[in-house]
Ligand binder design. Structure first.
Ligand SMILES: Cc1cc2nc3c(=O)[nH]c(=O)nc-3n(C[C@H](O)[C@H](O)[C@H](O)COP(=O)(O)OP(=O)(O)OC[C@H]3O[C@@H](n4cnc5c(N)ncnc54)[C@H](O)[C@@H]3O)c2cc1C
Length: 385
């Protein structure tokens, strides 16, 4: 019998498996294709994961830029993960099993995890880290959801210079030239640049074909075409915060996605150790208490409050007329960097998140303010989502 079974071998599953193993817990990670390479290009802020080793970084661009209606140089290092290096860093100390988890049967002393091929694994605690499939936590979110969608192409770095004339820059957002989406540019560290036409948040997400057509038009206008690798992004932004139950979700499955940015990798990696520590600390108190301790470590009340504030930010942005969105981002990227960091990365930082939202409101012209007053904290002016 294992102490911990983890269903899902993406970045979150592997981070959690490593953290549990380091806490002395016998850990088994199950994934249908554990050797499959991660295809997505993962970006993160360096200050979110100070422990990341150089081997897990493909590129650390020299400059981070953002454009609303005008340019902003951000005093914050952005990183592109080296997926193989990241995976290697998150390996070791746990068993990896190739298999498809199909169900969990909870019992008094733990749970039995059943695989599609009939195998079963007993464990003290089971984590569902299967991404937005949420195979053991209610399935893929149903109905129309807020989604971030993007279509990207990989270009030689010299071609990308025709889009943003700044070599070796990560462009977090460029709203110039289009109001209903932005361009994201990321040097990949191998002489190429990922150029992504992105729809920040929409319910439902903007179709990928439309984004692909926009990207091709944008490239054609700059005298470019795309023949390299392509990237398709669809991230559900409003995965719910998990309720009680014997299976503990983690990663995207646990709603760790930032509702206004779509990011989750750094958060999942950072939270793996506190969650593993909670499991180890509650170990002698039995399966129900272990699961409760893990959930508390994942979603302390401060994180729930920040999550709600971020969700209000998401709704305010989605309700804004397209021509005001670049103005909103001019305001956001003019905030002191500490406040920008608080909003994008301060998951338990209630006061920092509130301060960032309030500071932006104070600086905003009335046409923007009108769309922000649905944010909480403006008593009497709340509107329904
Ligand atoms: C193209 C793309 C780019 C993204 N870029 C970023 C970014 O730059 N920064 C960022 O922070 N986030 C980004 N995201 C969002 C998010 O962080 C990623 O989706 C990330 O991979 C989520 O990690 P995860 O481990 O929670 O889930 P996943 O990576 O989705 O991993 C889930 C794992 O569960 C496995 N699984 C599925 N079904 C079963 C089953 N029945 N039994 C066992 N295992 C199962 C899958 O095989 C998979 O390995 C991006 C997403 C996409 C799609």
């Amino acid at each position: 019998m294992a102490d911990v079974v983890i269903a899902g071998g993406g970045p979150a599953g592997r981070a959690l498996a490593r953290a549990c193993a380091r806490r002395g817990l016998a850990t088994v990670l199950i994934d249908p294709a554990p050797a499959r390479r991660w295809q997505a290009t993962y970006g993160l802020w360096a200050d979110e994961l100070p422990s990341l080793p150089a081997s897990a970084v493909a590129c650390a661009p020299s400059t981070t830029l953002a454009f609303g209606t005008g340019p902003h140089a951000l005093d914050r290092q952005y990183l592109v993960a080296d997926n193989d290096g990241l995976r290697e860093w998150l390996s070791g100390g746990y068993d990896v099993v190739a298999g498809t988890v199909s169900e969990v049967v909870p019992g008094r002393l733990g749970s039995s995890v059943r695989l599609a091929d009939g195998r079963a694994f007993a464990a003290g605690v089971v984590f569902d880290v299967s991404g937005d499939r949420r195979i053991l936590s209610g399935g893929t979110p149903k109905g129309s959801r807020y989604e971030q969608t993007a279509f990207g192409a990989v270009l030689p770095a010299e071609d990308a210079l025709r889009l943003v004339d700044c070599p070796d820059a990560a462009v977090f957002m460029d709203w110039r030239g289009t109001e209903s989406g932005f361009l994201y540019l990321l040097p990949l560290g191998d002489g190429t640049v990922l150029v992504e036409e992105t729809s920040l948040a929409r319910k439902p997400g903007l179709p990928l074909e439309l984004l692909a057509a926009r990207l091709r038009a944008r490239l054609a206008a700059a005298g470019l075409d795309s023949r390299g690798r392509e990237e398709r992004v669809r991230i559900v932004l409003d995965v719910g915060v998990p309720r009680r139950g014997p299976v503990v979700p983690f990663g995207v499955a646990a709603g760790l996605v930032h509702p206004a940015t779509g990011y989750s990798v750094a958060t999942s990696v950072r939270l793996a150790d506190p969650v593993a520590a909670a499991v180890a600390g509650a170990w002698d108190r039995g399966p129900a208490e272990i699961a409760t301790a893990a959930r508390r470590a994942l979603w302390p009340s401060s994180a729930r409050t920040v999550h709600e504030l971020r969700r209000h930010g998401l709704r305010a942005l989605c309700g804004m007329p397209p021509e005001l969105v670049p103005v909103f981002f001019d305001l956001f990227f003019s905030l002191p960097i500490g406040l920008q960091r608080a909003f994008t990365s301060g998951r338990e930082d209630v006061s920092g998140t509130t301060e960032a939202m309030t500071a932006l409101f104070r600086r905003a012209p009335w046409p923007v303010r009108r769309h922000l007053i649905g944010w909480p904290g403006r008593r009497g002016l709340l509107r329904s989502g």
